[in-house]
Design a protein around this ligand. Sequence first.
Ligand SMILES: NC(=O)c1ccc[n+]([C@@H]2O[C@H](COP(=O)([O-])OP(=O)(O)OC[C@H]3O[C@@H](n4cnc5c(N)ncnc54)[C@H](OP(=O)(O)O)[C@@H]3O)[C@@H](O)[C@H]2O)c1
Length: 306
Amino acid sequence: MSGQKHFVSDVAEVRVAATINVGPSMTSKANPHPESLRDVAGTVVLVGAGNMGGAMLEGWLGLGLSPAQVVILDPKPSDALLVRIGPEVRCNPPRETLTNVAALILAVKPQVAPDVVPGLAPLAGPGTVAVSIMAGKTIAFLEGNLPGAAIVRAMPNTPASIGRGITVAVPNGRVTPQQRTLTTRLLAACGQVEWADDEALIDAVTAVSGSGPAYVFLMAESLARAGAAAGLPADLAARLARATVAGAGELLHRSDLEAATLRQNVTSPAGTTAAALEVLMAADGLDPLLKKAVAAAVRRSRELAG
Ligand SMILES: NC(=O)c1ccc[n+]([C@@H]2O[C@H](COP(=O)([O-])OP(=O)(O)OC[C@H]3O[C@@H](n4cnc5c(N)ncnc54)[C@H](OP(=O)(O)O)[C@@H]3O)[C@@H](O)[C@H]2O)c1
């Protein structure tokens, strides 16, 4: 994971800085130097070492968390993951050997949660924070199955797999300041971390950042189709659209300027970009469409949470 995170060379940064005004800072805003995890005390138990859990685990080890402190509970973690994390990470040890659990990270699919979470209650002692990233599984569900536990419900997104995700975390009333700090440090291995006190916001978070990467991928697909409709060979249009979405995203990531300022900086009055933006920013343009899409995702998130 750490190799992928630093894929932009210094040469590329200099070239971008010289040609486009992206503001005073070219440093990454998103968690440029996640804190080392070398000093974390206690055991970190990961339940479900799939896409998301595996990405988090690799992030932690990359930040210096001792593999001897990590335990995976997963009936069949992938061989590729096991090779990458090495033999020191314990996999499915007898439950009674798990003591001093500082963090219990719940990263199984929501569908299996009712079967898996109740059995984890003995691991969640007074010093444990249980951090769930399961979509739609409420704090009430987690409290019901892990009685008395300090609980954080978190919603990450898929760029977590390259350390560029954003996660919103909501604590229950039992989370201590130290547990909040530990949770932030563990989640920060996958990107930015924001805290919210109101769990009801999670549905909107899910609709914006949780599902959001798919909207951006769709933007690349739509732009490619529009390019082909404008006469470009389809494969060239796809390459142009992909590189444009990725490049603009990277520019936004590295700049301190607002998205609107970056947009204005590349829009000459009465030019070609302005002509397109007139359509996209019309009363029936992108804003109402995205509002409708996000509202649909919020509704679905509420339905799934029951
Ligand atoms: N992916 C996202 O973009 C995203 C975003 C936000 C939140 N989330 C949440 O993150 C969680 C994990 O998603 P994911 O995409 O990483 O799913 P995933 O790749 O399927 O990972 C889940 C892992 O849990 C394992 N598992 C199944 N039964 C288990 C059990 N009884 N005990 C322990 N582990 C078990 C699965 O093994 P098998 O494969 O062998 O079944 C798999 O390795 C989900 O709750 C999802 O809602 C995901």
